[in-house]
Design a protein around this ligand. Structure first.
Ligand SMILES: [Fe+2]
Length: 350
């Protein structure tokens, strides 16, 4: 029997999107066992089926809706042996439905770094900012790194869709090119705490320093102080998965600018080499921005190909002093907002 690769999500209206005439060639319905480690075991009314090569995921929330779906199928073709099989499977599903409702496990769609870590990289395309959503798939505790105010609704919806408990909104630094989404997220998810480096002097619920750990479920992000772009820049390292979130310190084949805020090219060079490029070369680098469409790199790649960081320190400093970059468009709005909105205040115009 063929594996199912693609799914459509359906509710009790599923009957309306099925083909009018069903023959059930190769039909398959998969239900899950009731072991707690099974990805779908905690789902109330979860099933996969393939009908005529079309695949469906059925998310029923009650025995009634499951039965209704089966009834819709029966109306189409009562004589099909495969339908009978399907029906029997659904009776099993009904049994699962009768168990107490538990929160859906998202471990079946966690992302590329294993079944135990939810990972999402999200783009805000006005400032080319990457926001990262990480969660322990077992406890659902989640952290969002560098949210942007313009995309808070999208990010909060994703948190809800995946059934996550967002406990921290962590900022790698006081951004100059966009307003952080921390304040808006806290309004929508009051239990979420904002995080920023103590050195930044910005307001936040949690101020972190070198070596602190931001824990979510069984995972922990190690805080590494990486000044140079700003004094308060921090990098987060998820050692268990070999991931490093570098903010604006190390970018892909580049680095953060050092010509405003507390920029200092010498200290940026030291920060990147001592705190980031000293990690194992296999570690994945996830920056706060990319302006060329690249999404990730590795420590090994940047050690070898970063056109600035492969230079000696004195050459790096000269390069950084002569970039002649334009003044950031949103800096006048972003800096004052980011100094406070980690707590509550969000500019009305944003
Ligand atoms: Fe920045």
């Amino acid at each position: 029997m063929k594996s199912i690769h693609t799914f459509k999500q359906c509710t009790s209206t599923i009957g309306t999107i099925l083909p009018r005439r069903l023959t059930f060639t190769g039909a398959r319905l998969t239900t899950t066992t009731s072991t707690s480690t099974n990805p779908a075991a905690s789902v109330t009314g979860y099933a996969l089926c393939s009908v005529n090569g079309c695949s469906f995921r059925f998310l029923g929330t009650s025995t009634r809706s499951t039965t209704r779906f089966v009834h819709e199928l029966e109306k189409e073709d009562r004589s099909s042996h495969r339908l009978t099989t399907l029906h029997n499977h659904y009776r099993t599903l009904c049994f699962i439905n009768s168990t107490p409702k538990r929160q859906m496990s998202q471990s079946s769609w966690t992302g590329p770094f294993g079944k135990d870590l939810v990972f999402r990289q999200l783009l805000e395309y006005k400032s080319y900012t990457y926001t990262y959503l990480l969660a322990d798939a077992d406890t659902n505790e989640a952290v969002i790194i560098d949210p942007v105010i313009e995309t808070v609704d999208r990010d909060v919806k994703l948190v809800h869709d995946l059934g996550l408990k967002l406990i921290y909104a962590a900022n790698t630094h006081v951004h100059a090119d966009h307003v952080t989404g921390s304040g808006s997220i806290k309004k929508l998810i009051p239990t979420c705490k904002s995080v920023i480096a103590e050195v930044s002097k910005a307001k936040a619920d949690v101020k972190v320093n070198e070596g602190d750990l931001i824990k979510f479920g069984k995972f922990k992000l190690e805080v590494r102080s990486t000044p140079g772009h700003t004094d308060g820049c921090i990098t987060f390292v998820l050692h268990e998965k070999g991931l490093v979130f570098t903010g604006d310190a190390l970018l892909i084949r580049g680095c953060g600018r050092t010509d405003f805020q507390q920029g200092n090219p010498g200290s940026l060079y030291d920060s990147i080499h001592k705190k980031i490029l000293s990690l194992p070369q296999s570690f994945y680098v996830f920056p706060a921005h990319d302006y060329t469409g690249q999404t990730m790199s590795t420590v090994g790649e940047e050690l070898r190909y970063n056109p600035r960081l492969t230079k000696p320190k004195n050459e790096f400093v000269e390069i950084m002093k002569n970039l002649n970059l334009p003044y950031p468009k949103q800096i006048d709005k972003a800096l004052p907002a980011n100094m406070v909105c980690g707590v509550f205040d969000v500019p009305e115009s944003s």
